[in-house]
Design a protein around this ligand. Sequence first.
Ligand code: ADP
Ligand code: MG
Length: 717
Amino acid sequence: MSALSLQMPLVRLHQGRIPRLGPQRARALAAALADFLGLSDPQQVTVEDLLLYLPLRYEDRSHLARIVELRENMWASLEVVVRVTGHYAVKGGQLTIFELSATDETGQIRAFWWNRPWLEKTFPRGARVILYGQWRYNVSRRCFEVENPDFEVLTEEDDLAAAIHTGRRVPIYRKLGPFTTRPLRAILYHLVQQLTAENVPETLPEETLRRLRLIPRHEALRRVHFPDEETPLEDYNEARSPAHRRLIFEEFLRLQLALGLRREERERSPKGPCIRVDDRLREIVRTILPFRLTEGQRHALREIVRDMCSSRPMNRLLQGDVGSGKTIVALLAMVVAVENGYQAALMVPTEILAEQHARNIKRLLAHTPYRVELLTGSLRNAEKRELHEALSRGEIQIVIGTHALIQEGVRFHKLGLVVIDEQHRFGVLQRAELIRRGYNPDVLVMTATPIPRSLAMTVYGDLDVSIIRDLPPGRTPVRTFLRTEEARPAIYQFIATQVRAGRQVYIVYPLVEESEKMDLLNATQMADHLQRVVFPEFRVGLLHGKMRPAEKDDVMRRFLDREIDILVATTVIEVGVDVPNATVMLIEHAERFGLAQLHQLRGRVGRGAAESYCILLAHDLTTPEARERLRVMVETTDGFKIAEKDLEIRGPGELMGTRQSGAPVFRIAHLVRDRNLLELARREARLLLARRSQLPELKVLLEEIRRQPQYGLTSIG
Ligand code: ADP
Ligand code: MG
């Protein structure tokens, strides 16, 4: 048996280490965890991954309540012995109830579950069980009862089992694949018993631990699963026990160190493009501009150009609400690069957007000598080859495309500026990757939706930030309404009125095809129905993600040219699409969309001078989060406020594009809940990096961070 280590593959954990964990179960556990973490290969899942699967909550079973102590509406765990069980049908056989009555030495209780008749096998008469739930007094039965409680059947296999699952503070886990809380608890119990200061080497410098009063890593990993008795259990349940603090702090610190390293990498990198701005260039910019820039746009442009002129390569994030006019700012930056003899690349997340940008930019630059080209996956090979050659010879000044532009090994003659539109779809661009390929351009990243300050600081901490706070003049805020199915006829009538007035309309559906379980309205069927039955006199178009790029582009062009009045679409139109004549956005199943998405969708209208409307049609408002999201949408159109709310409701997960790099950046930390620790980690990271020569222990940690793909650093080897 090899020594236990945290980096050991979980599939090898069995090998006699954990009772009743054979090779087959170890594989199943690794597979379930891989699934949870979004990893494709269960072999990659480590013992550490399992240890970082933290309990959902904790229960104090060292003092189980006794039946006499129950009070109305009290949440409590009882240990009782099953006396009688049975199930019966109600509502003419549509529903079943399984119930049991059980006792302890002080009284009798009743527990029941809906529609789980098989439970009868789970609770043999005489079994000792733990029931957890909210207790209510049933007057007619004259005893306390509990509906759908959490339960655990205690087995008498050995005394140890009883010692793991009761008589102490115990962790409750979210079900992981086939593993429910009890087997997970048993596995983790045996695992954490084996953790020592030797096989869990300390990762943080001694001095940090001492100064910030953090507990050692092996102890934190043990206590976070099996709480100590000294700390109040609420601290555990609110993720602020010493064990939680230590682990959360470390997660933040790693990210902050990674950002520090990234910044250093940039500062060390060779001199960026050499840019000058003179009167001739200012004049060219003026001739290209179709309108007066807003104050915010001017300010952002000044900051960008200042970066471009400096000898350090630019690494800037341009934030601005939907419709604030980020594109023109980026275009002018590209013109500055081109006029200085460099090439510029604009990368966007979808082909539809690439097409749209290419069309606009070609139009705006029509009277200049620049060659602007669109490079997408749907080009024929011969065309692609021709474009590649022209790019490497420097005959193309501006190239627009999807992320493939950088990935596919396109060669540039003299790449000076990379603009990335709608960033969070990609995750963070890896400058290291560009440098490795021999380029060191200025980089401008534009966000699709504002990012809350806390998150921007954290995730893009190595970027400088420009913010456009104003909108172009003459915009009236989009009016937003929340409606339910009864309003459909009125909504259709309203749409008809708008179309007759010469306006265009989007209708958005969550999915293209019906999934087996959800009876979602199908965009394809609906488009057909709307055309034939509801709006026969108008032209209805359809756009969805499964269409070929050329088809999508064709539909988009026809919508732009007003050959389509009503565009039925899935969320492929979510990001960036700009058709100023569209004034109505109807979102079906609005409750299924996230806030950032809803805000993006709404941002497709209100782009011209005419009053615009967003109608959120909700079909199911049962979850409080959905109600809250839609309420926020009706209340405000301010993207920065919405972003803060989004972070609050949903946590940062998706915003960070964690699943893309294959490993999430945060497993346990929560940006909103733990913001104090985040600030602490930020300061500590700065301190540690500054003093790294005196801290030999830090070297191991920094090397480890460099190797972790989610931080996007060049690993030095
Ligand atoms: P986003 O920031 O969401 O990417 P866009 O760059 O697509 O916004 O701009 C939205 C719309 O506003 C476009 O139609 C654009 O031409 C227009 N626009 C941008 N800046 C101005 C301005 N200063 N004055 C008038 N219209 C503008
Ligand atoms: Mg845009």
